[in-house]
Design a protein around this ligand. Structure first.
Ligand SMILES: [Mn+2]
Length: 375
């Protein structure tokens, strides 16, 4: 028997300043709002019963009155259709006094519920035979779900938390954590996670658990558009999760090897292939060691390619000799010793002297790379 349909989003970060985007920051701030409106459109057109927001709806606990009013208007469109919205405040938008979740326009919507407590609390939606357990993010640490277990009733049991998943050896400590064991023991059919800014499946045992990632691009991304998750609960079966692209912009950082690109023409072609006016592209160019790169006008290249992208940034090593490149060559090799000496030299110089040292490094590397190509 089919159960409720949910739309799960998190980490919208409405109001984020995007200072790093320079003059395009304003456009991306506006895009965040537009994408959130699109999430609400999607909730309406896909006829979900419930929108779940797993924290960081706002970038700050005190969004301006204009932004708060606009969000209340959008959630009001769902409210008018009897569609519920449940919100678990995150690390960026904790439920502070006179903040976004204390009175204000959101509290006047009868189908909006905000979890403000510091422990998992049930919120029962009678008409759907559904209970949502949730809590606000707080600084205590530890396992947010330890000792938690959803009961056998109502029929449908969903959780929402803004926390990290503990991964031994990789993620050990954060404000709020959940573990594979506590997810598996939760008795939930679906756990809506927020906090990590990329789509990820952390299902354990019988419990389906996901991070949707932000609906719209925020920082350095993986080149994918932001997504939301359409979740369908099914009796006796695992929750069905379908990611839906809603974001407009993509952020991507790539490393290109100047040696492999085939000279300046090749490098231009490689970057042009990625042209997309909704893409923020950062290119790190490595190994500009050949003669063809001597005195290359990188600023001109950046300027020429910039109109093909939402924003385009070019970074060139070894003008700033990366650790990665140095580590590729062990100290026991001639090139390895040369790189280490050159790095020490460059650290001591600046201005015109640094440019000369960089030029010497480039020529030296081109020479050595040629010599070391033999068997
Ligand atoms: Mn976030």
């Amino acid at each position: 028997m089919p159960g409720p349909r949910l739309l799960h989003t998190a980490d919208v970060h409405l109001g984020a300043p995007f200072n790093f985007l320079g003059k395009r920051g304003r456009e991306q701030r506006e895009q965040l709002r537009a994408t959130f409106n699109r999430v609400v459109d999607l909730a309406l057109t896909s006829q979900v019963d419930l929108l779940i927001i797993a924290g960081d709806l706002f970038h700050a606990p005190y969004p301006g009155a204009g932004l708060l009013g606009e969000v209340a208007y959008q959630l009001g469109r769902l409210d008018a259709e009897g569609i519920w919205t449940v919100i678990a405040p995150g690390t960026h938008d904790p439920p502070l006094a006179r903040g976004a979740y204390d009175g204000g326009p959101l509290s006047s919507l009868p189908h909006v519920h905000v979890f403000r407590g510091e422990k998992m609390e049930p919120f029962v939606i009678e008409g759907l035979d559904l209970v949502v357990y949730g809590m606000a993010s707080h600084r205590e640490g530890g396992d947010a779900l330890v000792g938690f277990r959803a009961g056998g009733r109502p029929r449908w049991r969903v959780g929402v938390v803004h926390a990290s998943v503990r991964i031994p050896g990789r993620v050990e400590d954060d404000c709020m954590m959940v573990t594979g064991e506590s997810i598996a023991a939760s008795g939930l059919q679906y756990l809506a996670l927020g906090h990590w800014h990329s789509l990820a499946d952390h299902s354990r045992g019988q419990v389906t658990a996901y991070y949707p990632g932000p609906p719209e691009a925020l920082g350095v991304g993986d080149g994918e558009r932001g997504r939301v998750l359409l979740v369908e609960l099914e009796e006796g079966e695992r929750a069905l999760v379908k990611p839906i692209g809603v974001g407009r912009r993509r952020f991507l950082q790539v490393d290109l090897d100047a040696g492999e690109a085939g000279g300046p023409r090749g490098l231009y072609a490689r970057i042009r292939e990625m042209a997309d006016t909704d893409l923020l592209l950062k290119v790190n160019v490595h190994r500009t060691w050949g003669e063809e790169w001597v005195g290359f006008p990188w600023d001109e290249m950046e300027e020429e390619l910039a109109p093909l992208f939402f924003r385009f940034q070019l970074r060139v090593s070894p003008a700033s000799l990366g650790l990665r490149e140095v580590e590729e060559f062990p100290e026991s090799t001639v090139i390895g010793r040369f790189l280490r000496l050159a790095r020490e030299e460059m650290a001591r110089r600046e201005g015109e002297e640094l440019l000369v040292a960089e030029e010497a490094l480039r020529l030296g590397l081109a020479h050595l790379a040629g010599e070391e190509q033999g068997p």
